[in-house]
Design a binder for this molecule. Structure first.
Ligand SMILES: C[S@@+](CC[C@H](N)C(=O)[O-])C[C@H]1O[C@@H](n2cnc3c(N)ncnc32)[C@H](O)[C@@H]1O
Length: 238
């Protein structure tokens, strides 16, 4: 991934992956998140889910962790007294002063570790009985088309049942799953497409390649959205 060009496209956009406040509200209700819960947004990107997480725990705290925050991590949530940003690796959440967490939320980020490793790594930073809620690439049909398979590149695409079984194997009770709705994807792609249109004029070769890649991704998703997408999983550590 050419992260430099990626962040030119995504700079100051509200999201870097699909999702919507309704997803957070659904997951937190299912998890029975307490009003004073200590929550981590693992791989938070710009923090598009932080406000919804704070709303779900009106006396709680949210720590947003992303390896690409850079030095200004703290300034990101300066207006939110109950939230802070940490530039760090989400494989080391257990080292944070707020750990262990009652809820770890991770939208479109845990797949960097994969389904075998991700839930096990997050378990180290959860309270006993804590909840992991994350989105995972998924296939919704038996035989996705080549275009649908290519959408998530080489990532192994599992059915919702297979994903739930893997999460259970990792030591969790699965509380529920649901498909990330189309509105969550549009909340990601529409601002990105407006940015792409702004950046076209004067873009160098590397940026043009990234603009093409991002535009193609949105077009591909709209073509394959009934076949593949993200599954949201909410699971309690046993
Ligand atoms: C596709 S973005 C999703 C961002 C955000 N959750 C959202 O929905 O807008 C994935 C994020 O995970 C972050 N990430 C990937 N691996 C990470 C790691 N090991 N530790 C911390 N952040 C990581 C990336 O920097 C990126 O911001």
């Amino acid at each position: 991934m050419d992260w430099e060009s990626f962040f030119v496209v995504h700079k100051d956009l509200p999201r870097e992956g699909p999702g919507a406040p309704e997803d957070v509200a659904w997951a937190c209700a299912l998890a029975g998140v307490a009003a004073d819960a200590v929550i981590c947004d693992a791989g938070s990107g710009p923090g598009g889910d932080v406000a919804a997480l704070l709303a779900a725990a009106p006396r709680g705290r949210v720590v947003a962790v992303d390896m690409h925050f850079g030095a200004a991590a703290d300034a990101r949530f300066a207006d939110e007294t109950r939230a802070r940003g940490v530039a760090g690796d989400f494989t080391e959440l257990d080292a944070l002063p707020e750990a262990p967490f009652d809820l770890i939320w991770s939208a479109g980020a845990l797949y960097f570790l994969g389904l075998d490793e991700g839930p096990r790594v997050m378990a180290r930073a959860l309270t006993p009985g804590g909840v992991l809620a994350f989105s995972e690439p998924c296939r919704f049909v038996d035989a996705p088309s080549d275009r649908a398979r290519a959408f998530f590149e080489d990532y192994p695409l599992r059915t919702p049942e297979e994903i739930a079984a893997k999460v259970a194997e990792a030591g969790y009770d699965v509380l529920g799953t649901r498909k990330v709705p189309d509105a969550g994807w549009e909340a990601y792609y529409q601002p990105m497409e407006a940015r792409i249109a702004e950046l076209r004029d004067g873009a160098d070769a590397a940026l043009t390649a990234m603009l093409d890649l991002c535009a193609q991704e949105a077009a591909d998703w709209r073509a394959v959205r009934d076949e593949v997408g993200y599954l949201l999983i909410v699971a309690r550590l046993r």
